[in-house]
Design a protein around this ligand. Sequence first.
Ligand code: PEP
Ligand code: MN
Length: 264
Amino acid sequence: LASRDFHPENTVISIGDVKIGGGELVVMGGPCAVESPEQIDEIAGLVKAAGGQVLRGGAFKPRTGPYSFQGIGVEGLVMMAEAGKKHGLLTITEVMTPEYVDICAEYADILQVGTRNMQNFDLLRKLGACGKPVLLKRGFSATYDEFLNAAEYILAGGNPNVMLCERGIRTFETYTRNTLDLSAIPVLQSLSHLPVISDPSHGTGRRELVEPMTKASVAAGADGLIIEMHTDPDNSMTGDGVQSLFPDQFAALLQDLEKLAPIV
Ligand code: PEP
Ligand code: MN
């Protein structure tokens, strides 16, 4: 079902007034994690003012260590939904387990599957029946074939609204956190009809690389971007402050993108 042979036309996912995969660039921005009502409200205002369409933020965080901050949970979903509504933004949040799919689908417009869960088949099956669009991140060691098979689980469950997200893969290089595989963008678009979103934040792990890799992703044909932005990255509650843009950098980057590709 994910193959272009089966479905030659591009899939366009419409959510409210936003169309993803229809030729206009969609920008999703926000913090790694929802931290407080004030934090997510302020960042939502900045994403909207900069021209973004979707507010990102994790309420449930997949952390490498069990003692690290794990996200604020359901309260975070509520805070993000309120901020999105107030500022006229769609929302995207990560869902980590099948049990939480229903509640995440109640509060968010798009559900995100993280890189560590790309082959959590029970989760993928449950998302096939969730009724909301899904952004599926590529596993950090997954081939294109494995990635498309993971998408297939969601599609086969009856949900046609799947976006593929390149977020960097693990290579021998340690300077960057991951290696953003830019080739994935045109390759996935040729193999599949699903929209392809790039995540230059996790793809590099370094703030100074987010701007060039965002522009490179757009040049490679990405249908959208998901970018971390924080008002106080040095004090963010996850380690991802180092890859989060400051609000002025985020706004300047979106201005530059308008010159490269029309934003919705
Ligand atoms: C995130 O988007 O904050 C995240 C945890 O992403 P990934 O699953 O790509 O590491
Ligand atoms: Mn993050």
